[in-house]
Design a protein around this ligand. Structure first.
Ligand code: PGA
Length: 261
């Protein structure tokens, strides 16, 4: 049975600006992205965009994209707690209040550099859902995991341990990001991406999520020159883009590789 039949889902193209930029750069970048996309109705028919700037620059993206329905504001992290004495943290409800609709949780730069466990990520994901936000939940193996033949098991475990009870197909997008691929210029073989995405989708289907609506993005060194075969795989529903999202032309060029949805 082909349950995909008749179901059309745009590819989700997510910019993760990480801890980069300045007021001026953020203004120019979002302006150039909007100007570039506004003359590409074909791309807008096939892609939706989420921009995740540093929290301080959210107002710029929010203000600049106020009249562009194809751009949604996202955050790169949120606190697990709702409010209180947590100096320096930002709660999901504050993000929601500031017009954010998505938040990235579980990025490997937080799992590894900030020591966030899957339990912490699950709590953050739950806090985001409780505030009415959607999540982009990242999973991915290290080079060591891969070389020792454990990549699939590691990713499965991260997924099962990080996805909270509050998650459903409407409020949760998964991003498969091999750690060794992020910022390195290296990408897995297409068959490897396909296999990992299929496994992730199968695990979510076991939870009762409708197969045709599950979204699994690929992230890790996505550029205009490698995006086409990745983004046009049936199992890949979009991309989480770091480096190339800091350049409007490069970011748009990635979206232009999407052929059909
Ligand atoms: P990259 O980053 O595109 O620079 O590899 C992706 C990410 O970390 O989300």
């Amino acid at each position: 049975m082909n349950i995909d039949k008749g179901f059309c889902m745009k590819k989700l193209i997510v910019a993760n600006w990480k801890m980069n930029g300045s007021v001026q750069l953020a203004k120019e970048l979002v302006r150039d992205i909007i100007n570039g996309l506004s003359v590409l109705p074909d791309v807008l028919g096939k892609c939706e965009f989420i921009i995740c700037p540093a929290n301080l620059y959210m107002y710029i993206v929010r203000h600049s994209s106020a009249t562009t329905p194809y751009i949604t504001l996202g955050a790169q992290d949120c606190a697990a707690e709702e409010n209180g004495a947590h100096t320096g943290d930002t709660s999901a409800s504050m993000l929601k209040d500031s017009a954010c609709r998505y938040v990235i949780v579980g990025h490997s730069e937080r799992r590894i550099d900030r020591g966030e466990t899957s339990a912490v990520i699950k709590a953050k994901a739950q806090a985001a859902h409780n505030s009415g936000m959607k999540i982009i939940l990242c999973v991915g193996e290290t080079l060591h995991d891969r070389q020792s033949g454990h990549a699939e098991n590691i990713v499965r475990t991260q997924l099962l341990e990080s996805v909270p009870e509050t998650a459903n197909v409407k409020n949760t997008v998964i991003a498969y990001e091999p750690v060794w691929s992020i910022g390195s210029g290296l990408v897995p073989e297409l068959a490897e991406i396909r296999g990992m995405h299929a496994m992730i989708a199968q695990e979510l289907e076991k939870k009762g999520w409708p197969a045709a609506e599950i979204r699994v993005l690929y992230g890790g060194s996505v550029k205009a020159d490698n995006a086409k075969p990745i983004l046009n795989m049936h199992e890949v529903h979009g991309a989480l883009i770091g480096g190339a999202s800091m350049d409007a032309a490069a970011f748009i060029a990635i979206a232009q590789t999407v052929e059909t949805v």
